[in-house]
Write a protein that binds this ligand. Structure first.
Ligand code: SF4
Ligand code: SF4
Length: 386
């Protein structure tokens, strides 16, 4: 049976976070259950973009610092490694480390910030889809990986947490290649699972003090949840976190597929620390669900006919667009063309609805629009537990 530790953490005041992390890990047997003196420990926060901590798009530096300090006390040697969205370059890493407060954490703790752009091939023949892929070298070299996700919604995958966070182990544009190879959400969810299993984090510790609701993972709205969660199973952790925001795991492609692959049994998770019933967040705004509940109501044959037309789509706002061209560069499907005002517009025949443009636009100029059919199929009034 998988165990998930839950502790309340009301804010990011450092001493408070430190104590909460300590209790969280004590519930799981203490750091000695995960770290041996002298271990090379790679810490993998969610640093998807150069966002300030208060924007709640990235793992908060207070959480990262508390974990690093405690791992150092347990004898671990730390390197912080992440591949943000967009190009994987030293310049991008420097920008992201600085903006997210992680550079300061490294200065204060003596942890090493990774600037080594090399990758290491991982072969995993037993994977369902991604049997071979490359991950950041310091993650491959580590004795122990500590995965530190943020609880957020995700325009494409509905929710992002521990399993999805390990997609950042894949360097830069290789992520776009995987999007293109797996345009179907179901297949992409299975690839995320394969990558998580191949990267093998020893423990996932989730920052759910301030999460993100609405159309995350970067353009949503910060939402106070007031929790930290930890587990050696990213699947059990994500199932638990989804339940806390009243999102059925069956409506999250990664978790639905993880259940099918017997990687998690949602009815057989041992919760330690806070009682989950006491920490449920009832008013969390979940993105449009193209989910199982509504699909059951409309016959599948009809559903397949209208499926493509009714999928939510990205739409560029000409008023907000700063013409920076980032979306054009990162689009895995090369679906952008410039209009006569030099504003990018989208060729929907090519667009695979990965929403990378939405995620990586710094000006919130990419909206997500849902058609009438999509809205009917996902109307939350029809489902209490979403
Ligand atoms: S990334 Fe955003 S601001 Fe930049 S060109 Fe695209 S839509 Fe416009
Ligand atoms: S236009 Fe946006 S959503 Fe469509 S494929 Fe390109 S990046 Fe993905």
């Amino acid at each position: 049976m998988d165990t998930v530790s839950i502790e309340r953490c009301k804010n990011y005041e450092y001493d408070n976070v430190y104590n909460c992390v300590e209790k969280l890990i004590d519930n799981l047997g203490g750091w000695k259950a995960f770290i041996k003196p002298g271990d090379r420990v790679a810490v993998k926060p969610n640093l998807l973009r150069y966002k300030k901590p208060e924007e709640a798009a990235t793992t908060h530096p207070a959480v990262v610092k508390a974990i690093i300090s405690q791992v150092q006390s347990a004898g671990g040697n730390i390197i912080i490694a992440e591949s943000p969205g967009g190009p994987y370059s030293r310049t991008m890493l420097r920008h992201v480390y600085r903006a997210t407060g992680i550079e300061k954490v490294a200065d204060e703790t003596g942890a090493v910030l990774n600037y080594d752009l090399r990758v290491t091939k991982i072969n995993r023949p037993q994977s369902k889809y991604v049997k071979s892929f490359e991950i950041l070298k310091p993650l491959a070299d580590a004795d122990v990986i500590i995965n530190i996700p943020k609880l957020k919604t995700h325009a494409m995958m509905v929710y992002t947490g521990a399993v999805k966070n390990m997609f950042g182990a894949v360097a830069g544009t290789a992520k776009a290649d995987l999007h293109l190879r797996m345009p179907e959400y179901n297949d992409f969810a299975d690839s995320l699972i394969d990558i998580y299993l191949g990267a093998k984090p020893a423990i996932s510790i989730m920052d759910a003090v301030e999460g993100m609701e609405g159309y995350g993972p970067s353009a949503g709205t910060p939402k106070h949840i007031g929790l930290l969660l930890a587990s050696s199973s990213g699947f059990a952790l994500d199932v638990t976190a989804a339940k806390i925001i009243r999102l059925s795991p069956d409506n999250v492609p990664v978790l639905r597929n993880a259940k099918k692959r017997d990687l998690v049994d949602e009815n057989n998770i041992n919760i330690i620390g806070e009682n989950i019933e006491n920490v449920i967040c009832n008013d969390f705004d979940i993105p449009a669900l193209y989910g199982a509940k509504r699909q059951n109501i409309i016959k599948r044959s009809f559903l397949n006919l209208i499926k493509k037309q009714s999928r939510p789509k990205p739409v560029i706002s000409a008023e907000k667009c700063a013409r920076c061209g980032n979306c054009v560069k990162i689009c895995p499907a090369a679906a952008f063309v410039y209009d006569n005002r030099n504003i990018p517009s989208i060729d929907y025949k090519k667009c695979i609805r990965c929403f990378c443009c939405h995620e990586l636009c710094d000006y919130k100029a990419v909206d997500i629009r849902r058609g009438v059919v999509s809205r009917l199929m996902t109307d939350r009034r029809f489902s209490g537990f979403r």
